[in-house]
Structures are given as C-alpha cells and as structure tokens.
Design a protein around this ligand. Structure first.
Ligand SMILES: [Zn+2]
Length: 81
C-alpha cells in the first residue's frame, strides 16, 4: 500500500512540472532578438532582456509579430523626421 502511493505521487509530480514549463514558455524578442519574452498578462508580453512590453495574442506571441514590426517601422519614421 505504501509503496504504491509513493509511485503514484512521483508520477503526479512529473506531470505537474511539465504543464508548468509549457506555461512559462519564452518567445523570441523582435527588438533584441533574445528568447526572453514571457507572458505577463492577457495579450501582454514583456522581454526580460530589453524590458520592452508588447501587446500580442492572449496565449501566444506569434500573432503579434506583424503588429510589432509595424510599430517599429512607425517609430523609426517618427524619429527620423
Ligand atoms: Zn528584447
């Protein structure tokens, strides 16, 4: 009985850590190029390296990459003029 419960607990812990690692998945930052972008809220992403904050998809940054590029081009245009 004791042996069985220990084995069950170990497998449960293993499953839990796998789910956790998927939640804190990091994405590549379009500003500094480092894979340091993490989700800080619904649709809000922050780069831990350059501290830039992005508005993106609720669960994945992928949908926001076009938006970021557009914003970057606009910013460059403003500072150049
Ligand atoms: Zn960055």
């Amino acid at each position: 009985m004791t042996k069985y419960s220990i084995r069950y607990g170990a497998s449960l812990r293993k499953r839990h850590s796998k789910v956790k690692s998927q939640k804190i998945a990091l994405y590549k930052c379009e500003i500094c190029g480092k894979v340091e972008v993490e989700r800080v809220g619904t649709g809000i992403w922050k780069c831990r390296n350059c501290k830039n904050t992005f508005a993106g998809g609720a669960y994945a940054l992928t949908t926001a990459q076009g938006e970021i590029a557009k914003r970057l081009i606009e910013d460059l245009g403003h500072s150049g003029a």
